[in-house]
Design a protein around this ligand. Structure first.
Ligand code: AHR
Length: 480
């Protein structure tokens, strides 16, 4: 294949907020407990204040600019007071049909300490399922108040004098389902009450409304139409589920997954239109894609199958194919960076589309981790339109090679399963990194942690451009 890429730096899409590279840590499977948190008294795994040292270092390096916690579905059962102070109750940890013992040893102080350790902005999801407005107001006060209220003093007694000043607050999660089984109108009415009361406690917070699919989003936003002053972000979730089994997939499955990742853009555009209609263009409300990623059938009991009859710890293998789907998704995020205000990959360790995996004392990163790390030059950069001419289309209709360009560099993805491409980019780039493997199903593991890892890309300079060969199923990032 022959590919030409032209970067239109006079046609910016906007700034790629670091918040678009957010992650999600839910108390589900081995994500929070075991994956992140081994506890302060753990002797056999090195840790920093109870968090695995290998994971903390990897999160810092990835980087992890934003981290959402404690759910997901878990959030709408979570009572924040259970996770503070010396005496913590053991509760049922409830999420996604799982009922596990939960000792609450990882609570607000621990999570916010983790964010400080890894340089992440925290995003807390409040409980609108089994909680109350007052409970959530108290959580905001506990975290953010800088005066000596009883809650402020309690925070100090628990070891934290300075408020954390948490900005992002989710008002529930998937309240159309696990978060209370609301209909859109009744959720919107509840949201109006919550958001007003929360804003009284701390007028500087940013609140996130729970969205869903087309009908919910239209109806919910319609009900919020005259109350958009209390809406900062509108949440949608998108899991890519059409790619068949995580490791045992056909060529059709491979292309179906990448195509589904691409179609996330249509969903963003549709949601944006609903938001603009509700605000009448009077206010900027961002789309919070606060759960996204690949969810393979062996880790779910619903959706296109054959699915699992029972789900264990929600882990799935992360292959190069998932990393390529990530690259496709990130291209969409860049193009839509003016509409998207934040995004969180689900989830950060061990669960679903995880960039990091652990097993006892073992630790490794998945190919998806490497794509995210290769995107580092794009964080905070300006995204530009970039035109790709390619002589081959995929069976699903998209061009076989795609790209995203920012003031930080250019990332090019060869989505073709079997054909390599000779790529010319007309931009002042000098070097690059390439992520590929013999098979799109390649993965890393405890015994072979570096099977799929970035290698220097061989490039040749021609005039004002750069030329290189991109193997099948690969991603490359080039910088100046
Ligand atoms: O990420 C797993 C689950 O997916 C979350 O708990 C929920 O919000 C979504 O349905």
């Amino acid at each position: 294949m022959n590919v030409g890429i032209t970067v239109r730096d006079t046609e910016p899409y906007g700034v790629v907020s670091p918040r678009l590279y957010g992650h999600f840590a839910e108390h589900l499977g081995r994500c929070c407990y075991d994956g992140l948190w081994v506890g302060r008294h753990c002797n056999d795994i090195e840790h920093v204040n109870g968090f695995r040292k290998d994971v903390v270092n990897a999160l810092r390096a990835m980087p992890t600019p934003l981290l959402r916690w404690p759910g997901g579905c878990y959030a709408d059962h979570y009572h924040w007071r259970d996770g503070i102070g010396p005496n913590r109750p053991v509760r049922l940890g409830l999420s996604c049909g799982r009922r596990v013992l939960d000792d609450n040893s990882l609570g607000t102080h621990e999570f916010l300490r983790l964010c400080e350790l890894i340089g992440a902005e925290p995003y807390l999801a409040g409980n609108m399922g089994s909680g109350s407005v007052q409970e959530m107001c108290d959580w905001v006060e506990y975290c953010n108040v800088d005066i000596s209220t009883t809650l402020g003093l309690e925070r100090k007694a628990n070891g934290r004098g300075e408020p954390w000043g948490v900005k992002l607050w989710g008002v529930g999660n998937e309240n159309w389902g696990c978060g209370g089984n609301y209909d859109p109108e009744s959720y919107a009415l509840e949201y109006r009450r919550y958001s007003l009361m929360l804003q009284h406690v701390d007028p500087t917070i940013e609140m996130v409304v729970c969205g869903h699919e087309t009908d919910w989003n239209r109806r919910c936003l319609d009900k919020l139409r005259n109350h958009m002053g209390f809406v900062d972000h509108f949440s949608i979730h998108r899991y890519w589920v059409k790619g068949g089994h995580g490791t045992d997939f056909s060529a059709d499955d491979y292309y179906a997954l990448l195509s589904e990742a691409q179609q996330t853009e249509d969903f963003i555009l549709e949601t944006r239109a609903f938001i603009e209609d509700a605000t009448g263009g009077q206010k900027k409300v961002g789309i919070a894609l606060d759960e996204w990623g690949v969810w393979h059938p062996e880790a779910r009991t619903w959706g296109p199958g054959p699915v699992a009859s029972e789900v264990g710890d929600y882990s799935q293998a992360g292959t190069l194919r998932d990393a390529i789907a990530t690259a496709v998704g990130l291209e969409v995020f860049h193009r839509q960076c003016d509409s998207l205000s934040l995004a969180n990959l689900a989830q950060v360790v061990n669960v679903l589309h995880a960039p990091i995996m652990t097993e006892g004392g073992d630790f490794w990163v998945t190919p998806t981790y490497h794509v995210l790390a290769m995107h580092k030059p794009h964080l905070g950069a300006t995204a530009y339109r970039c035109d790709v001419t390619v002589d081959t289309d995929l069976p699903t209709g998209e061009g076989a090679v795609s790209a995203t360009a920012t003031s930080g560099g250019v990332t090019v993805t060869n989505r073709h399963l079997t054909e390599s491409a000779v790529v010319r980019v007309d931009a002042g780039l000098t070097r690059g990194w390439l992520l590929t493997a013999d098979s799109a199903g390649a993965q890393n593991s405890a015994s072979a942690p570096d099977s799929v890892s970035p290698q220097p890309l061989e490039v040749r300079h021609e005039g004002a451009g750069i030329v290189f060969e991109l193997p099948p199923h690969s991603v490359a990032t080039l910088t100046a």
